[in-house]
Design a protein around this ligand. Structure first.
Ligand SMILES: *[C@@H]1O[C@H](CO)[C@@H](O)[C@H](O)[C@H]1NC(C)=O
Ligand SMILES: *[C@@H]1O[C@H](CO)[C@@H](O)[C@H](O)[C@H]1NC(C)=O
Ligand SMILES: *[C@@H]1O[C@H](CO)[C@@H](O)[C@H](O)[C@H]1NC(C)=O
Ligand SMILES: *[C@@H]1O[C@H](CO)[C@@H](O)[C@H](O)[C@H]1NC(C)=O
Ligand SMILES: *[C@@H]1O[C@H](CO)[C@@H](O)[C@H](O)[C@H]1NC(C)=O
Ligand SMILES: *[C@@H]1O[C@H](CO)[C@@H](O)[C@H](O)[C@H]1NC(C)=O
Ligand SMILES: *[C@@H]1O[C@H](CO)[C@@H](O)[C@H](O)[C@H]1NC(C)=O
Length: 510
């Protein structure tokens, strides 16, 4: 079984994989709680190069994040032919404040990175596009203009924007904040998308939209300049091609040494399995700080992370009876962040796209560009506690793990959302699906563990109490959380897709 893993550079040790750019993002779709709308989203994405019906699409929870079109990482992969990663993550602006990292406060304008998403779609479209550029935007423009009912998860976050400039996007006629189920429209954003659709991507980077956007950002106290936008480039690279038989992925590499061929069944087996997995995640957290943009620093450490010998050395430090102090795993202190959306798409012709995108926290920097309707990202906070100095043009590290796994008979497109929660959740889904033979659905709904920046363990409430007690007995500090994975697979002529119920995701096809 060969897997092509591409690693989007600093994209965590995990599962890197290929990933293709796709247009999904622009796509407000995320928001809709309806299958049909979701399909459209997929169509949009897939259309970059596919022009066919995709079979899956998921995770609408963070739709709001996307709508905002400003930012992102796109990774791309394509099928027949070479696998490509399109990285259009935000970069550090030239005039970045050198003291920025002394105060890692979040959601202030100082953290806005140079948005790359549109350049990423442009690259994807240039490489694989079959539909006219303008067509890709139409479903999203329609959604933005006509509005859609606010989905549950987005609704939960609206009260937090009460005192920000974004508030005006979510007001009803009486000046009250909208709630779950109310219709929200993004008319300004629809205009902006229409301009980009009709005039092409340069209008966003070096035209009227660029001028308006920069002027709005500067008014809000941000540091971006026209030069930053005009010089933005998406980085298109080849994927790392890795054989899954060797599981060259740190967390899985550590776990495979325990030679588990079947799912842990008894309480003791489960406790031991989760304990080891948690220990592997703690080491992974401790290593995050070594992951930097390879265009600015060496990728030697990233390459080392996927070596068997490296995983062996970490595994030998795991005790089966107890956990250790956080220092044991390396300095794990970093800021946990949340946010991201993932879409997995598989098309009729075998093309596959796995895309993760983000403006970082919910509603990003919480700065609205009034003239364009774009909500700005706060992606630079991803550098916080990982480094004290950055270079202009550098991209922050990320937890994103969009992946495509391919064997002669199967294609699996998988990825997750939830920032720090992505690597543990995707690794868990892969172990359960590939090693333990569970269906995608079962693999994804299996309880996941997550280790936060304080080395505290977050467990899902459905995990049996005896297992939780057993983990506590080994010294783990425990709390609760949720995450999301979605995946689509083609095995022979059978296609299956599953989108995490934790965020009310649904698979869709058309
Ligand atoms: C992150 O860094 C800031 C200053 O750079 C520091 O105040 C904060 O305590 C650090 N947070 C963690 C979780 O280490
Ligand atoms: C929202 O902000 C407005 C004014 O800024 C204030 O009057 C109102 O009480 C706030 N609502 C909530 C729920 O905080
Ligand atoms: C917004 O500001 C008002 C008054 O300044 C305050 O009462 C309210 O708690 C704030 N709301 C939020 C969500 O911060
Ligand atoms: C931006 O546009 C101007 C003219 O409108 C052109 O002279 C300049 O070369 C463009 N810059 C970039 C980086 O494309
Ligand atoms: C890579 O870094 C160089 C400067 O070191 C910069 O000029 C170039 O734009 C970067 N490439 C990308 C794709 O960001
Ligand atoms: C990846 O490597 C495998 C075996 O090493 C090879 O058969 C395959 O053609 C390679 N795929 C790509 C896309 O380079
Ligand atoms: C893209 O990033 C790679 C490092 O991953 C670097 O070697 C390459 O020069 C970059 N491409 C461009 C166009 O800057």
């Amino acid at each position: 079984c060969v897997v092509y893993v591409f690693y989007v550079f600093y994209l965590l040790f995990l599962l890197l994989v290929w990933y293709v750019g796709v247009i999904r993002t622009i796509v407000l779709v995320g928001h809709s709680s309806e299958r049909r709308l979701c399909s459209r989203c997929c169509h949009c994405c897939a259309a970059v190069h596919l022009h066919h019906q995709p079979t899956e699409c998921g995770d609408r929870r963070r739709g709001h994040i996307h709508s905002l079109l400003g930012n992102n990482i796109i990774i791309c992969h394509l099928f027949k032919g070479k696998v490509k990663i399109i990285n259009s993550r935000e970069t550090v602006p030239r005039k970045v404040n050198s003291d920025l990292f002394k105060s890692c406060r979040k959601t202030t304008e100082g953290w806005i990175g140079v948005p790359g998403e549109i350049r990423g779609y442009e690259a994807a479209h240039r490489l694989y596009g079959k539909l006219p550029w303008a067509d890709l935007f139409q479903p999203t423009i329609k959604l933005a203009r006509e509005g859609f009912p606010i989905p549950y998860y987005q609704g939960q976050h609206i009260p937090r924007i009460n005192n920000t400039s974004i508030r005006e996007l979510y007001l009803d006629k009486n000046g009250n904040l909208l709630k779950t189920g109310d219709t929200v429209k993004f008319e300004k954003l629809a205009d902006t998308l229409e301009t980009i659709a009709n005039e092409g991507p340069d209008v966003f980077y070096n035209g009227t939209i660029a001028k308006n956007l920069i002027s709005d950002i500067q008014d809000a106290g941000g540091k971006l300049t026209l030069e930053d936008l005009a010089s933005y480039q998406a980085n298109v690279t080849d994927a790392w091609n890795i054989s899954l038989g060797e599981y060259k992925l740190l967390i899985l590499n550590i776990m495979k040494g325990y030679k588990m061929n079947s799912e842990p069944k008894t309480t003791d087996e489960k406790i031991l399995f989760y304990h080891r997995y948690i220990e592997a995640l703690k080491f992974a957290n401790g290593l995050k700080k070594y992951i930097r943009d390879p265009n600015f620093s060496s990728d030697k450490m990233a390459k080392n992370l996927i070596e068997d010998s490296f995983a062996d050395s970490k595994r030998s430090l795991i005790s089966s009876d107890k956990t250790h102090d956080p220092q044991y795993y390396g300095d794990t202190s970093h800021m946990d962040s949340i946010g991201t959306t993932h879409v997995s798409v598989l098309a009729e012709d075998g093309s596959a796209v796995s895309v993760t995108s983000s403006i970082n926290d919910e509603f990003g920097s919480r700065v609205l560009s009034p003239s364009t309707g774009i909500i700005l990202n706060n992606q630079l906070t991803d550098f916080c506690n990982r480094t004290n100095s950055v270079s202009p043009g550098e991209r922050p590290p990320s937890n994103m793990a969009p992946s495509v796994l391919k064997s002669p008979s199967k294609t699996l497109v998988i990825g997750g959302s939830g920032s720090e929660m992505i690597p543990p959740a995707v690794a868990s889904a892969l172990m359960n699906h590939l090693w333990f033979g569970k269906s995608l659905k079962e693999a994804i709904i299996t309880p996941v563990v997550f280790v936060d920046c304080q080395s505290e363990i977050k467990l899902e409430s459905k995990l049996e109490k005896d297992v939780v007690d057993g983990l506590e007995a080994k010294g783990h500090k425990i709390a609760k959380f949720y995450n999301t994975v979605n995946a689509v697979e083609k095995a022979g002529s059978c296609i299956s897709a599953w989108s995490d119920e934790r965020k009310k995701g649904k698979a869709a096809g058309y």
